[in-house]
Design a protein around this ligand. Structure first.
Ligand code: HEC
Length: 130
């Protein structure tokens, strides 16, 4: 009986892990922490900034997927351009160089999401159809 209970407990613990959800890593560097504060304030209205959650704005890519597709240098360039001109539906957002490198540190701290968590029937795609 004890044995069965142990197995059940283990199974429950394992399936809790398998959902892949849970708080982001607790130990952010100070720069990443500042970046996190900035993006929660300035970006989270449109982008999923933490994990695999859906973005509030369906066409704004999740930061975890941006993490996957950009190097740190590419990301910093892309942010510099966003600060000046915005892009797409996104308005220009003023960021200092220090803020941009904090944001890069935060995005680099995310676990990359290799595949987009949506399909061709999701709003991210259907919104782009003519
Ligand atoms: C008003 C909504 C909105 C806000 C606020 C916003 N974004 Fe975006 N962002 C978008 C949309 C929509 C796209 C995709 C559109 C496009 O690429 O034309 C995008 C795309 C991006 C991309 C390019 C992704 C890629 O695939 O290369 C980056 C980087 C980015 N956003 C960073 C940020 C950061 C950092 C902030 C906060 C400082 C922010 N965004 C705030 C809507 C927003």
């Amino acid at each position: 009986m004890r044995h069965v209970l142990t197995v059940l407990t283990l199974t429950a613990a394992l399936s809790a892990c398998a959902t892949g959800e849970g708080p982001p890593p607790a130990s952010l560097s100070p720069a990443a922490e500042r970046g996190q504060q900035f993006v929660l304030r300035a970006c989270a209205g449109c982008h999923a900034v933490a994990g695999r959650e859906a973005s509030p704005n369906a066409v704004a890519p999740a930061f975890a997927s941006i993490r996957m597709r950009h190097t740190a240098i590419g990301l910093e360039r892309s942010l510099a351009q966003i600060a000046r001109q915005g892009h797409g539906e996104m308005p220009p957002i003023y960021m200092t160089n220090a803020e941009m490198s904090d944001i890069v540190a935060y995005i680099e701290s995310l676990a990359p999401v290799a595949t987009a968590p949506w399909t061709t029937e999701s709003p991210q795609y259907t919104a782009l159809r003519p």
